[in-house]
Design a protein around this ligand. Structure first.
Ligand code: MRU
Length: 368
């Protein structure tokens, strides 16, 4: 998507010779105040980028892990090094299942090859994973666009469609387009008047810092709200639909996403507001039936007790907002049971959040 007038993806390889090829990413910890590009040359740097959230969002975590495997092959293409890279990358973050999906895919392709073939194959497959993700998100956008068009027709084309989103499931969370934002970008391009309510998404503020920024860069009308405002807006008819992303969805349609998503789904249900979840097939964990079995990442207390922002002098600073001595708890995700999800928007179409509907869309993948 656009940054200024330029088109960017979130991750790309450099044009160096294969043996010294690097991978570049946008440092999302610096947005919206700085647009810094970071060069990664080692698997350790890829692990750090995922763990410290320079990159984040389920599909982009998967793409970065795939490139991490390729970087691991630069100096040592042995089975042992391949195995170590897999283990270290897998441990970087526990909830987004795209990480495991991408690593399994890379390992299954690289392991049967002769070591001297692995470097080239690894970069080639990582690039394909990125292209596939961008294509899947674009297709999610095409399917979701029709839901937004439906909402516009429903209000008699009398006003913009109001869409609420939580966290950042935008292009910054994927390779391009985003999941929750893809229908928004497509509908906007199709000329459907719309407006996005952007949940700030404490504690890391991915909504305020990332979603608002990327919507702004692409000209989409939006308003940032505190996390607690969504229910109130729904009660007053100010939200036509919610669209969120997911880090892991079970085969039965339970949806794990950024902490606070569940509360939005409850409020949407109470107010008969459709609650949609956008996801590529790589975010479905076919091995799980129950959302309660999804591992929920717990992050540092400091993400709750501190906050970062731009000082009036133009510096990025972190300040404490909780009295010293108070403990903080920081679960990064929650699970919305399938019953609260109106529909899933996938690259293969829109379906009910249920095992039967998902298996019908993904017949091969569902047979494990
Ligand atoms: O902790 P984050 O920023 O990685 O969490 C991201 C989310 O919760 C997104 O909604 C999810 O990964 C879907 S991204 C298309």
């Amino acid at each position: 998507m656009k940054v200024g007038s330029e088109h960017f993806r979130t991750i790309w390889e450099t044009s160096d010779a294969l043996e010294t090829r690097a991978v570049e990413i946008i440092d999302q910890t610096r947005l919206p105040f700085r647009f810094d590009i970071v060069r990664m040359e080692t698997v350790a740097e890829a692990v750090h980028a995922i763990m410290d959230m320079l990159v984040r969002g389920a599909p982009l975590i998967g793409a970065t892990a795939a490139y991490g495997m390729a970087l691991a092959m630069r100096n040592d293409t042995s089975d042992e090094n391949l195995g170590d890279a897999y283990v270290n990358l897998l441990a970087a973050r526990p909830t987004a299942v795209n990480l495991r999906w991408a690593l399994d895919d890379m390992k299954n392709i690289l392991m049967p090859l002769e070591p001297h073939q692995r470097l080239k194959a690894a970069f080639a497959r990582a690039a394909e994973i990125c292209d596939e993700d961008a294509a899947q998100c674009s297709a999610i956008g095409d399917h979701g666009l029709e839901l937004i068009r439906g909402a516009y027709e429903k209000c008699g084309r009398s006003r913009p469609v109001n869409i609420l989103t939580h966290c950042n499931a935008g292009w910054l969370a994927t390779v391009d387009w985003g999941t929750a934002t893809a229908p928004i970008y497509k509908a906007f391009a199709a000329g459907i008047p719309l407006h996005v309510w952007v949940d700030e998404t404490r504690p890391r503020n991915q909504g305020a810092s990332l979603t608002a920024w990327e919507l702004g860069q692409n000209g989409v009308p939006h308003t940032v709200i505190v996390d607690n405002a969504g229910g109130h807006l729904m009660q007053h008819g100010k939200v036509d639909m919610c669209i969120v992303g997911t880090d892991r969805t079970t085969r039965t349609g339970d949806v794990c996403n950024k902490i606070g998503t569940y509360l939005k789904a409850l409020a949407a249900s109470d107010n008969s507001v459709p609650f949609y979840v956008a996801l590529p097939g790589t975010t479905i964990d076919w091995s799980l039936r129950n959302g309660k079995d999804i591992p929920i990442e717990e992050r540092a207390e400091t993400e709750v007790t501190e906050i970062s922002g731009l000082t009036r002098g133009g510096d990025i600073e972190t300040i404490r907002i909780v009295a010293s001595g108070s403990n903080a708890l920081n679960p990064a995700f929650d699970v919305t049971p399938a019953e609260y999800v109106t529909a899933l928007i996938t690259e293969r179409g829109v379906c009910e959040a249920s095992e039967i509907a998902l298996a019908a869309l993904y017949p091969k993948e569902s047979k494990i």
